[in-house]
Design a protein around this ligand. Structure first.
Ligand code: GLA
Length: 393
């Protein structure tokens, strides 16, 4: 009853911000961290009785899910650079962080250093970790763990990385050279975090989005616009996991991460079977870029199917798109039902270990105009937040 009341109250608070300017470019608004609690505890005559009770204050998400799974958030450097504004919202709700971009190959590969001494860097590409440093330091300071996203991906990996002279238009290198570069890159990245930030990384997206029937070969392994496929061939996924297992510290889970997992379970499972048989992989990361009209039952059944095949499961990039703020309540129910399904599975022994939302607020999302996250553009908690929270209770 109280839960319903709080849910309704949040809906009212949320609808109250309909008039706020949503910047079409998705940029940040002038909100301050103070807005965070305002959106939740704002008193109205109908809600005074509820909000006055301390036990009705919104509990932090991660604390609510303690003992179930980690609750994570993806953050760009721009958010981490404004800790006075966002720090408290992050630390009060999340115990896992994923860098939105700063641990991707295009952030880590150092083109100048690679070109400066070609003979030295030919099979040992040079790397630098400056882009993610503030995020890693922030996480350590606040006792938050991190997912490393991502080592091998066809996107956000520059073409020059695959060529003879590390130039954009150079000739692609041989399979042997590219395998050596892949091994070196994976060893450098995992080695850096193991040495500089021991214990910080708990999960690694070793390969991202490698299976796609439309852009794939006869087995659905992504072929089009993939320099990994072009240089190494279809077993680039296998070798990525061989190297990741070789260099990952004990206890760090290795993931294959992909979108549309509801529709490509067999494609994923078939293509991972050798990697799984050789115990080179631990989990499947289900990105979960969803919309409010999607079938939760279908999503949950995909989780069960992956779990039955022996995989650890994480939702790695959760967001749920809507068309307008009128759908805030439906979105809240969607989050609640999805998370309730996941909690049920977890309590039945399914190995779900983390759920990460792909952004801090609707001002920090790649899905411009779809308002897919738990907080609105002003950082006020939406019904989505309450729905997410309620499922843990
Ligand atoms: C994919 C990637 C993410 C991110 C989103 C779009 O899901 O895995 O890193 O780039 O696309 O923002």
């Amino acid at each position: 009853m109280r839960r319903m009341l709080l849910f309704s109250m949040l809906a009212l608070a949320a609808l109250g911000v309909i008039g706020c300017a949503a910047r079409p470019d998705g940029g940040e608004t002038g909100a301050t961290a103070g807005n965070v609690t305002d959106g939740v505890s704002e008193k109205t005559p109908e809600t005074d009785a509820v909000t006055d009770k301390p036990d009705e204050a919104p509990a932090a998400l991660a604390a609510a899910y303690d003992g179930l799974f980690k609750i994570g958030v993806a953050l760009p450097a721009s958010v981490i650079n404004e800790q006075a504004r966002y720090g408290e919202v992050i630390t009060s709700d999340f115990n896992s962080i994923t860098c939105e971009n700063e641990m991707k190959p295009d952030s880590i590969l150092d083109v100048d250093a690679c070109r400066a001494n070609l003979s030295e860097s030919y099979t040992s590409p040079k790397v630098r970790f400056t882009a993610a440093k503030r995020t890693a330091d922030f996480a350590v300071k606040h006792g938050i763990k991190m997912r490393l996203h991502t080592l091998v991906w066809h996107s956000q990996t520059p073409r020059w990385f695959f060529t003879e002279d590390y130039t954009d238009n150079g000739e692609p290198v041989s399979r042997e050279v590219m395998l050596a570069r892949m091994e070196s890159y994976i060893a450098s990245v995992l080695g850096y975090y193991a040495e500089e930030y021991p214990g910080l990384i708990y999960a690694v997206d070793v390969v991202n989005e490698a299976f796609d029937t439309g852009d794939g070969d006869e087995n659905g392994i992504r072929m089009k616009k993939s320099m990994w496929y072009e240089t190494i061939g279809p077993d680039f996924v296998y070798w990525a996991f061989v190297y990741a297992r070789r260099y990952a510290p004990e206890g760090v889970s290795l993931f294959y991460n992909d979108y549309a997992c509801m529709w490509k379970q067999d494609l994923i499972l078939n293509n991972l079977s050798r990697i799984k048989d050789e115990e080179l992989i631990d989990g499947i990361g289900m990105q979960a870029h969803l919309s409010v009209g999607d079938s939760i039952a279908q999503f949950i059944s995909a989780v069960e199917k992956f779990a039955d095949a022996g995989y650890e499961i994480q939702l790695t990039e959760l967001d749920v798109g809507i068309k307008s703020k009128e759908e805030y309540m439906s979105q809240g129910r969607f989050y609640e039902n999805l998370l309730t399904g996941l909690v049920r599975l977890k309590k039945r022994g399914v190995n779900i270990t983390a759920v990460t939302v792909w952004g801090l607020s609707d001002a920090h999302t790649w899905r411009r105009g779809e308002m897919p996250l738990l907080r609105d553009e002003n950082l006020a908690a939406k019904p989505a937040y309450e729905g997410f929270l309620s499922a843990a209770k």
